[in-house]
Design a protein around this ligand. Structure first.
Ligand code: DLL
Length: 430
């Protein structure tokens, strides 16, 4: 099913024509209305007239999160506040948040983009949709809320936290569609089980996951626990929020809304644009954003773009699942380690739960990686030889995948912290 079929199935030539026309508008919009871009473009010798083809984007300098922070709060807005009807901000872990704004037209585009990914996943006006993302400045909850309302689903703004109540609502309201971070949706299934329910007590059939990574192994666990079908959806507050890309029912990559976002993949060190099909840092230009436009924004997210048409009929290119963030990537004894690689190993073992924590230390001139994982069966802690055998098995698997040794600590069931939003898996003590 499609939400905007004509757009979602445009041929490549048409997509590129739309992108060029919008890019030309955008560069002019930024140049004329944002002091920061005006000065940056002048310095780089780029005037809006210089953009004649899509590849002329290469002359435009990259924009970074620091640039946005330097212009806190509204210095990069391109319209007068009178035209702004919504403000969100990203959950910055340190310092000031990055603030973003939307005009009425931005809001309309945003709901349509979220509607696209919801319908692509199989959602419809028959669904009762429970939003278990935290409401507030975060774009996830209101973004999905508006998109699902747009398609006519019955939206329950339950927000995150108070998990027992969430489970009760899910059961009593006959929720059919759940929205949340993979780690939280999985945690909700644990709580449902503790409350004495089985998956047959619920009508849940669809899960729109996003805002953090979800390996296929983790997705299998969530699907098994709830008996649902889940899709992965990518977005970022600076770019719009959710709605940048999302999986269709085939789940062979997340379709990028290319009519609104022009994506490039670069090498994070040399900053060179990589040839199509290579993996690197995603750089995005927001082609239609009025209030908070971004030119060549460095997302720090690592992925690959596939331009092959999809069997679902959509022609929009597909992004691979996010491999990690270039700033989340752990350099351990000179080796690049992505937490998602460790997650795949842990989640595919039946004896441990999908909750884990990575602790990195620097001890005696050496980096060490410790992986804390919960056992499914706590009594194993008293059966040393079995415990040791499981530890060695996990260690060996991790070594094969990462190429370095990790210490594995098997801990009691439910002893690691749970998260209602994005899970924090890494503790770097170096
Ligand atoms: O997380 C927007 C969003 C909300 C997307 C709901 C999907 C669903 P931020 O809080 O600004 O925005 O966080 C953006 O989260 O740069 C990625 O590192 C990470 N991220 C988002 N979606 C995914 C995903 C929202 N599907 C940052 N897989 C991004 C992996 C994701 N990482």
């Amino acid at each position: 099913m499609f939400w905007q079929k004509e757009i979602e199935t445009m041929d490549r030539k048409k997509i590129e024509a739309v992108q060029l026309e919008r890019l030309q508008w955008l560069v002019k919009h930024c140049y004329q209305n944002v002091r920061f871009y005006h000065d940056r473009l002048d310095k780089a010798g780029v005037t809006p007239e210089r953009i004649k083809t899509l590849s002329d984007i290469q002359y435009i300098p990259y924009t970074t999160k620091e640039d946005i922070r330097d212009h806190y709060p509204f210095g990069m807005f391109a319209v007068p506040m009178k035209q702004v009807i919504r403000i969100h901000a990203s959950s910055g872990t340190t310092g000031k948040p990055t603030v973003v704004g939307y005009t009425r037209s931005d809001m309309e585009n945003w709901s349509n983009l979220v509607a696209r990914l919801a319908v692509a996943a199989g959602a419809s006006d028959e669904d009762i949709a429970q939003i278990s993302f935290g409401y507030g400045l975060f774009t996830g909850a209101l973004g999905l809320h508006q998109g699902l309302e747009k398609i006519g689903a019955a939206v329950i703004p339950s927000s995150s936290g108070n998990t027992e109540k969430q489970v009760m609502l899910m059961k009593d309201f006959g929720t059919t569609l759940i929205v949340g971070t993979p780690s939280y949706v999985l945690y909700m299934s644990e709580v449902a089980k503790e409350m004495g329910y089985t998956k047959d007590d619920f009508k849940i059939r669809l899960g729109l996951m996003g805002s953090e990574g979800c390996t296929p192994e983790m997705r299998d666990k969530i699907e098994e626990a709830w008996g649902l079908f889940a899709t992965d959806n990518y977005g970022m507050s600076e770019l719009i929020g959710p709605g940048v890309s999302g999986e269709c029912e085939r789940r062979e990559g997340m379709h990028i809304a290319e009519d609104h976002f022009l994506c490039e993949v670069i090498n994070s060190s040399s900053l060179e644009v990589l040839p199509r099909g290579e993996t690197g840092e995603l750089v995005v230009t927001t082609l239609t954003k009025e209030a908070f436009p971004l030119l060549r924004y460095r997302t720090k997210d690592i992925t690959r773009i596939n331009y092959e048409p999809c069997a679902c009929g959509r022609t929009m290119a597909r992004m691979d699942k996010i491999k990690g963030r270039s700033d989340d990537m752990l350099k351990i004894r000179g080796v690049n380690v992505f937490p998602s690689q460790i997650e795949s190993v842990i989640v595919s073992s039946k004896s441990v739960s999908p909750n884990y924590q990575l602790v990195v230390r620097h001890e005696g001139f050496r980096d060490t990686l410790e992986v804390n994982v919960e056992l499914v069966d706590g009594t194993l802690l008293e059966r040393f030889s079995e415990l040791e055998a499981l530890e060695s098995k996990l260690k060996a698997k991790l070594h094969t995948v990462l190429g370095i040794d990790a210490k594995v600590n098997l801990v009691e069931p439910k002893s690691l912290e749970r998260f209602a939003g994005k899970a924090k898996r890494v503790v770097d003590l170096r």
